[in-house]
Design a protein around this ligand. Structure first.
Ligand code: NAD
Ligand code: GLY
Length: 361
C-alpha cells in the first residue's frame, strides 16, 4: 500500500509517496519525465543494489537513463564531485527539461538537488531516498548543498523536487549504523514539536531497530508529516523551519571538526542534541529528568550521547559559521520541554561553553 503526503508550497507543491517495493512503480515518476531520457545520480554503493531495478522499470516505459555514479561518502560532498555531475550532463547534451533523479541517501540527494538547481538554471528533479535519514528528512523540503572545509552544507540552494519516492524496502540493505543514524532525525521531530510521536518512539524503538516494516513506514510517514508542515509554513527558514536544526549547530561542528565522514550526520545530531538539552537545563527551561529522558531515547536507538573533545574554543569557532548566525550573534535551537523547541539567542558564550564542556568526553 502506498501512503501519499503532500508538501504544500503553491506552484512548487509535490507529493511524497511512501511504501514497500515502490521503487519500480515508475508510473508515479513518469509524469515528471518530459523526455525519452533521464539522468540518475547515485553512488558506488547504491548503484549495484538499486540502479538496475529503476533502469529496467524506466526502460520498459520507453525512458533510457544516463547513470552518474559518484564516489560514496560525506567527504565527497564537494565542488569536485558536483562537477562530475555537470560533466556528465553536458557530455550527454542534457537539456533544461531533462529530469534528474537522485537515487541514494542524503549526500546524493543534497548534491543531486544542488546540481539540478544549477544546471541551465534549474532542471526538474526527483528524490528517491534510500536511507532512513533521507526518507524522513533530507529528501523533503528542498534544501540542497555541498560542504566547504570551513563548514557543513555552506554552499547550496533551496530547490524543491517534483516528487519524493520513499521505498521502505530499500532499508533492508542499510547497514545498522546508518539505520541508527537515521533514527536521530526521527527522534528530533518528537522532541521539537510532536510529544505523542516521542511516546510512540519510546514504545516502538525495538521494532524500528528490528526493521519492522510497518513501524518503519509509520515512522517515515509521521516524520514526513511533521517536516511537510514545517516546510509549508516556512520554506526558506525565516522562522519555524530553524527548529528542524535541533542539535545541528553542535552536530555540524562535530562533523566538520572531526573530518567529514568520521561521525555520521545522525550521530553528530544525537550528541549535539544532548548539548542543546544540557544548555536548556542550565537555562532552567527543562529539568534534569527531561535530559535523562532524552539521553535514554538516543541510547536506546544506539546513538552517542556525548560529544568528542575538540576543545571548547574550536567548537565555538566552528559554530560561528552556522547558518542561523545573525549579525554575528549565534542563535540556537533549545528546548522548553519535550515536544517544544524554540530558537533563542539568550544563552551567553560562557553558558554555551559550559554546556559543551559538560557533554564532551
Ligand atoms: P549517506 O547519503 O552518506 O548514506 C549513508 C550510507 O548508506 C552511504 O554509504 C550510502 O551509500 C549508503 N546507502 C544508501 N542507501 C543504502 C541502502 N539502501 N542500502 C545500503 N546502503 C545504502 O548519508 P545519509 O545519512 O542518508 O545523509 C546524510 C547527509 O544528508 C548529510 O550530508 C547531511 O548533511 C544531509 N542532510 C540534509 C538534509 C536536508 O534537509 N537537505 C537534512 C538532513 C541531512
Ligand atoms: N534538515 C533541516 C531542514 O530541512 O530544514
Amino acid at each position: 500500500m502506498i501512503k501519499t503526503l503532500n508538501v504544500l508550497l503553491a506552484e512548487r507543491s509535490y507529493p511524497i509517496h511512501i511504501g514497500c517495493g515502490i521503487l519500480s512503480q515508475v508510473d508515479l515518476i513518469l509524469p515528471h519525465i518530459k523526455q525519452k531520457k533521464a539522468v540518475v545520480v547515485t553512488n558506488t554503493t547504491v548503484a549495484p543494489l538499486y540502479l538496475e531495478m529503476l533502469r529496467s522499470a524506466l526502460e520498459k516505459a520507453g525512458i533510457s537513463i544516463l547513470p552518474v555514479i559518484l564516489p560514496d561518502g560525506e567527504q565527497y560532498k564537494t565542488w569536485e564531485t558536483l562537477n562530475l555531475i555537470f560533466d556528465a550532463l553536458l557530455g550527454a547534451k542534457c537539456e533544461r527539461n531533462t529530469t534528474l533523479i537522485a537515487l541514494g541517501g542524503g549526500v546524493i540527494g543534497d548534491m543531486g538537488g544542488f546540481a539540478a538547481a544549477c544546471y541551465q538554471r534549474g532542471m526538474p528533479f526527483i528524490q528517491v531516498p534510500t536511507t532512513l535519514l533521507s526518507q524522513v528528512d533530507s529528501s523533503v523540503g528542498g534544501k540542497t548543498a555541498i560542504n566547504h572545509p570551513l563548514g557543513k552544507n555552506m554552499i547550496g540552494a533551496f530547490y524543491q523536487p517534483k516528487l519524493v519516492l520513499a521505498d521502505i524496502s530499500t532499508l533492508d540493505t542499510l547497514p545498522d549504523r546508518e539505520l541508527k543514524a537515521g533514527l536521530a532525525e526521527v527522534i528530533k521531530y518528537g522532541l521539537i514539536r510532536d510529544p505523542e510521536f516521542h511516546d510512540w518512539l519510546d514504545a516502538n524503538m525495538e521494532k524500528l531497530l528490528a526493521r519492522d516494516k510497518e513501524a518503519l513506514a509509520y515512522a517515515v510517514q509521521r516524520s514526513c508529516t511533521n517536516k511537510a508542515e514545517v516546510v509549508a509554513a516556512d520554506e526558506r527558514e525565516s522562522g519555524e523551519r530553524a527548529l528542524l536544526n535541533l542539535g545541528h549547530t553542535f552536530g555540524h561542528a562535530i562533523e566538520t571538526g572531526m573530518g567529514y565522514g568520521e561521525w555520521l550526520h545522525g550521530e553528530a545530531v544525537a550528541a549535539g542534541t544532548l548539548i542543546a538539552a544540557e544548555l536548556s537545563c542550565r537555562m532552567g527551561w527543562i529539568d534534569a529528568g527531561d535530559v535523562v529522558r532524552i539521553e535514554r531515547i538516543f541510547l536506546r536507538a544506539g546513538l552517542p550521547i556525548v560529544s568528542p573533545v575538540l576543545g571548547v574554543d574550536r567548537y565555538l569557532e566552528l559554530m560561528s559559521h552556522d547558518k542561523k548566525v545573525q549579525d554575528g550573534k549565534l542563535r540556537l535551537v533549545l528546548l522548553r520541554g519535550i515536544g517544544k523547541a524554540v530558537v533563542s539567542e539568550v544563552a551567553s558564550t560562557a553558558q554555551i561553553a559550559a554546556a559543551i564542556e559538560a557533554r564532551c568526553t
